[in-house]
Design a protein around this ligand. Structure first.
Ligand code: ADP
Ligand code: ASP
Ligand code: MG
Length: 407
């Protein structure tokens, strides 16, 4: 007998019929003699709908109240799934994050899980029940409801699997695994049988929303065997595995992209020590995360030009701060661009293969795409390009690195 944690995302529980189909799948697993804990998301579109309601009252609703509201989405699905299981003769019980005691810190809207009290879950499993737990939510030490950030049910599932020392954490979604890139952008994308934690973590942080970043982080840290599968069709899905176990010698695992980037530039800043700090200090003081940074010698050699990127949601605020800084530094000019995207190549094989960057730049040049910024690390290369070239760029790179063919 094994203990399995299964997570079903929004589309997988998007209607009564789909919830019933999930119930059948869960029951099947339990009937094989396994203990099953199910973590569910809200029905697709529900979290956005609730957010919309809140924003109709206040553009910046109080984070605590927003969590009370958003957590209701998952409460609906746990109850419905338990009913669907009971209706087909499978004993089941639903729990909210607060009932299980998924304890988090108090960072509303982006809380981190600290620990999970597994006593109640074990008691139910021992009694032969399927346990259905609300994803995306927890409770802080003061009894406040918290949520874990968009896509957070993935993290709930992984944390649950770690706490229960489950044999596998299965993330059921609307694709049958992790692909070389988002199949919605490149239909020729290929499903990977395996990907390393390190690569998956880069893919997730660089924009592939198939798994929440924290879920991958958590699974890597606690060595939780993690698999992404389709809730609609049978298959092995993609196993996220430790590097040693990977047999393929692929240079590139995949291509990630982030559409929600924005770029800010200040030109003609007097080139003194401390300038970078003067420009970026106030931005980070405002809690705005900066991604890429480029500093160049200005045209006259005694001034400097400075460009950085932020999340598009932070653009207006960052621009306001930068204008003030530019004025105090007597900089020549400030401008910004919100119509940019970041495309990244990811692969542990880059460590041992030279020439990947130049091949990437050549492929983009061949289709006439101008690169605005570049940044590299050991296992990724990212470029910023104009938003209108996103699909063209992803497809050109997919082709250039032959990603449709198995490595
Ligand atoms: P869920 O609601 O089940 O959590 P998500 O929408 O969060 O599902 O994640 C699944 C989606 O992730 C897919 O429909 C796909 O469009 C997108 N996606 C982005 N990058 C990838 C990738 N590399 N492989 C597979 N899916 C990807
Ligand atoms: N319902 C939440 C969201 O839409 C959490 C999740 O689905 O993982 O972001
Ligand atoms: Mg998701």
């Amino acid at each position: 007998m094994s203990l399995i944690v299964q997570k079903y995302g929004g589309t997988s529980v998007g209607s009564i019929e789909r919830i019933q189909a999930v119930a059948l799948k869960v029951k099947q697993r339990r009937d094989q003699g396994d203990a099953v804990v199910v973590v569910v998301s809200a029905m697709s579109g529900e979290t956005d709908r609730l957010l919309g309601l809140a924003k109709a009252i206040q553009s910046q609703p109080a984070p605590r109240e927003l969590d009370v509201l958003l957590a209701t989405g998952e409460q609906v699905t746990i109850a419905l799934l338990s009913m669907a299981l009971q209706a087909i003769g499978c004993p089941a019980r639903s729990y909210t994050g607060a009932q299980v005691q998924i304890r988090t810190d108090s960072a509303h809207n982006k809380a981190r899980i600290r620990d999970i009290d597994d006593a109640r879950i074990h008691a139910d499993l021992n009694a032969g029940r399927v346990v259905v737990v609300a994803g995306f939510q927890g409770i802080d030490e003061h009894g406040n409801i918290t949520t874990l950030g968009r896509g957070g049910s993935d993290t709930s599932a992984v944390a649950m699997a770690a706490a229960l020392e489950a044999d596998e954490c299965q993330i059921y979604t609307d694709v049958d695994g992790v692909y070389t890139t988002d199949p919605r952008i490149e239909p020729k994308a290929r499903k990977l049988d395996r990907i390393t934690f390190e690569e998956m973590l880069e893919m997730a942080s660089l924009g592939s929303k198939v798994l929440q970043i924290r879920a991958v982080e958590f699974a890597g840290k606690h060595q939780v065997p993690l698999r992404v599968l389709s809730s609609f069709e049978e298959g092995e899905g993609t196993l996220i595995s430790l590097e040693e176990e990977i047999v393929e010698d692929a240079k590139i695992a995949g291509i990630a992209f982030a559409k929600d980037e924005a770029k800010l530039t200040v030109l003609g800043v007097p080139d003194h020590p401390g300038v970078a700090h003067k420009i970026l200090g106030p931005v980070s003081d405002a809690n705005i995360e900066v991604d890429m940074i480029i500093q160049n010698i200005g045209a006259d050699a005694c001034s400097t030009d400075f460009t950085f990127t932020v999340h598009r949601n932070d653009y207006a605020k960052a621009m306001e701060i930068l204008r003030q800084t530019a004025e105090s530094l007597a900089a020549r000019e400030v401008h910004g661009d919100q119509e940019i995207v970041k495309i990244s190549l990811v692969g542990v094989g880059m460590r041992s293969h030279a020439g990947i960057a130049s091949r990437m730049f050549e492929a983009l040049a061949q289709v006439g795409i101008n690169i605005r910024m570049i940044s590299t690390s050991e296992i990724k290369i990212s470029v910023v390009i104009d938003e209108k070239y996103l699909e063209l760029g992803v497809r050109a790179l997919h082709e250039a690195f032959d990603l449709s063919k198995p490595a």
